[in-house]
Design a protein around this ligand. Structure first.
Ligand code: ACO
Length: 436
C-alpha cells in the first residue's frame, strides 16, 4: 500500500477506498467515488466558512499561524517592512521576484503615470451625499472604472491584464483621497508625479493652498510600512471574494470592487474602525478590567483580537506597534494607545483569551496610528483597501493562470421541503411567515 494514501471504510457498505494524499490534502472529488449504490451522488464534505478546505494552490503569501510567521514570496514580512518600499513589495507580490533597480524605476514610473482619474469620476463622486461612508464611495467608484475601461473584460489577455493592474494600483489612492476630500467638502487634488506613492497619497489628501505639497518623511514612511503590512494575506475573506467573483471572468474592476466590499465588514478590514469605537467606549485605563469582564460574559467581542489563522501574536501587529512610536514622535502621544496597551496586557494574561489563543491582530493598533495622523475612523478600511489591491490582483492573476481553476461554485446540503403540491392563492390558509 503506498504510504501517502488514506484508507476510508464506508460502514454503510463495508467497502474500503484508498485516496491519495498530496500536500497534506485529499481531493474532495475523490470522495465522490464513495457511494451506497451506483446512482448515489457520492460523498461530499461539509465545511461552512471553509475552515478546513484549501481552495487553491498558491505561491504568493505563506502564513504559519501557530508560529506567527508571514512571508510574501518567501521573504519574511519583517525584512520587507524594514528594507523595501510598498511599490517594491507590490512588484514582488505580482511578479514573484524582487525588482532590480532598473525594473523598479520602470514599475514606479508606470504606476505613477496611472494615478490620474478620468474627469467624469469627479461627477460620479459628487453624486454621493456629503456624509457617505468613504468605503461605500471607494467600492462604487472602483466598480465604475469598469465602464471606462471596457477592454478590461479580456481577462485572458496577459498584457491587457497587466495594464489594468497598473491602473488599479495607481488609481486606488486617488479614489481614496477623493472620497476623503468629498466627505470634508474640500476640492479634489490632482496627483503630483514628482512624489513617491505614499507622498502623493498624502498630497491628494491634505494639500490645501500651498503651491507644492511637502510630505513629512516620517509619516510618509509609516504609511508605506503600513501599506507593506496590508499588501496580501493569502485566502482571507476579501481575497476569496476576489477569486470567487473573478472566476466568473468578471473584469478586474468589478472583481476588485467585490473584494473591497468583503473587506468593509467589521469582522474583516472594518475591524480597525471598530477598535477605535471600542477604545472610545472604554474611555480610560481604569475601565479596562470591567470591559474585559463584559466580553467574557459573552457581551460582544474584543475588536482587533483573534484571527482565523493566527493562533499566536500577529507579526504585523508587532511592526505596527514599532511604527506607532515613530508616528507619535511627530504627532504627539495618542491617549488611546495607553488604553490599548492596558487592554492587550490584561487580555494576554487572562485565561479566556489565553485558552482561545486570542492575540492582537493587524487591526488592533493600525487605527490608533491612523487617528494620530488625522484620519477619521471611517477612512481606516479605505487605508487597508489601497495596499490590499495588489494582493487581490496577484491572487486573481494566479487564479486565472491556474488550469485547475474553474468558476467557483460550492455545493449545498439540501435541508428544505421535498416536492410540494401547489395550492391556488384562494385556497391558501394563513401560515406562519417563512423563516429566512
Ligand atoms: N473577542 C472575544 N472572544 C473572541 C474573539 C474576540 N475578538 N474572537 C474570537 N473569540 C472567541 C469566540 O467567541 C470563540 O469562543 P467559544 O469557543 O467560547 O465559542 C472562540 O474565541 C473562537 O472564535 P471563532 O469565532 O470560532 O474564531 P473565527 O476564526 O471564526 O473568527 C475572527 C476569527 C472573525 C477574526 C474573530 O476572532 C473576531 O471576530 N475578531 C474580532 C474582529 C476582528 O478583529 N477582525 C479582524 C481580523 S484581521 C482581518 O481580517 C484583517
Amino acid at each position: 500500500m503506498p504510504q501517502d494514501t488514506l484508507t476510508i471504510t464506508d460502514n454503510r457498505t463495508g467497502q474500503s477506498y484508498n485516496l491519495p494524499i498530496t500536500d497534506g490534502t485529499i481531493r474532495a472529488m475523490d470522495l465522490r467515488k464513495i457511494k451506497t449504490k451506483p446512482d448515489d451522488f457520492g460523498l461530499m464534505t461539509y465545511d461552512p466558512a471553509f475552515t478546513n478546505t484549501a481552495s487553491c494552490r498558491s505561491a504568493i503569501t505563506y502564513i504559519d499561524g501557530d508560529r506567527g510567521i508571514l512571508r510574501y514570496r518567501g521573504y519574511p514580512i519583517e525584512v520587507l517592512a524594514e528594507h523595501c518600499t510598498y511599490l517594491e513589495v507590490a512588484y514582488l507580490i505580482l511578479f514573484g521576484e524582487l525588482p532590480t533597480a532598473s525594473q523598479l524605476k520602470t514599475w514606479v514610473h508606470e504606476i505613477t503615470h496611472h494615478t490620474m482619474l478620468n474627469e467624469s469620476t469627479k461627477k460620479f463622486m459628487e453624486g454621493f451625499r456629503h456624509d457617505a461612508h468613504p468605503m461605500a464611495m471607494l467600492v462604487s467608484t472602483v466598480a465604475a472604472l469598469a465602464s471606462m475601461y471596457p477592454e478590461a473584460r479580456q481577462v485572458h489577455d496577459h498584457e491587457n491584464r497587466l495594464l489594468q493592474i497598473k491602473r488599479l494600483i495607481g488609481k486606488m489612492p486617488s479614489i481614496a483621497a477623493m472620497s476623503y476630500r468629498h466627505s470634508v467638502g474640500f476640492p479634489y487634488v490632482y496627483p503630483d508625479n514628482d512624489l513617491t506613492y505614499p507622498e502623493n497619497f498624502m498630497n491628494m489628501l491634505w494639500k490645501m493652498v500651498e503651491p507644492k505639497y511637502v510630505a513629512n518623511p516620517a509619516i510618509a514612511r509609516a504609511i508605506d510600512i503600513l501599506f507593506i503590512l496590508h499588501a496580501d494575506h493569502e485566502q482571507n475573506c476579501s481575497t476569496n471574494a476576489m477569486r470567487c467573483v473573478g472566476s466568473s471572468e468578471a473584469d478586474p474592476y468589478l472583481s476588485t470592487a467585490a473584494a473591497a466590499a468583503a473587506l468593509s465588514g467589521p469582522l474583516h478590514g472594518g475591524a480597525n474602525e471598530e477598535v477605535l469605537r471600542m477604545l472610545d467606549e472604554i474611555g480610560s485605563k481604569e475601565n479596562v478590567h470591567a470591559y474585559i469582564r463584559k466580553i467574557k460574559e459573552g457581551k460582544g467581542k474584543l475588536m482587533g483580537f483573534g484571527h482565523r489563522v493566527y493562533k499566536n501574536y500577529d507579526p504585523r501587529a508587532k511592526i505596527i506597534k514599532w511604527t506607532a512610536d515613530r508616528v507619535f514622535e511627530v504627532t504627539g502621544h495618542n491617549a488611546k494607545l495607553e488604553i490599548a496597551l492596558e487592554l492587550e496586557r490584561i487580555a494576554l494574561e487572562d485565561d479566556y483569551f489565553v485558552q482561545r489563543k486570542l492575540y492582537p491582530n493587524v487591526d488592533f493598533y493600525s487605527g490608533i496610528i491612523y487617528q494620530a495622523m488625522g484620519f477619521k475612523p471611517e477612512m481606516f478600511t479605505v487605508l487597508f483597501a489601497i495596499p490590499r489591491t495588489i494582493g487581490w490582483l496577484a491572487q486573481w492573476q494566479e487564479m486565472l493562470s491556474d488550469p485547475e481553476q474553474k468558476i467557483a461554485r460550492p455545493r449545498q446540503i439540501w435541508v428544505g421541503h421535498d416536492t410540494r403540491e401547489f395550492v391556488p392563492i384562494e385556497k391558501r390558509e394563513k401560515q406562519q411567515p417563512a423563516t429566512v
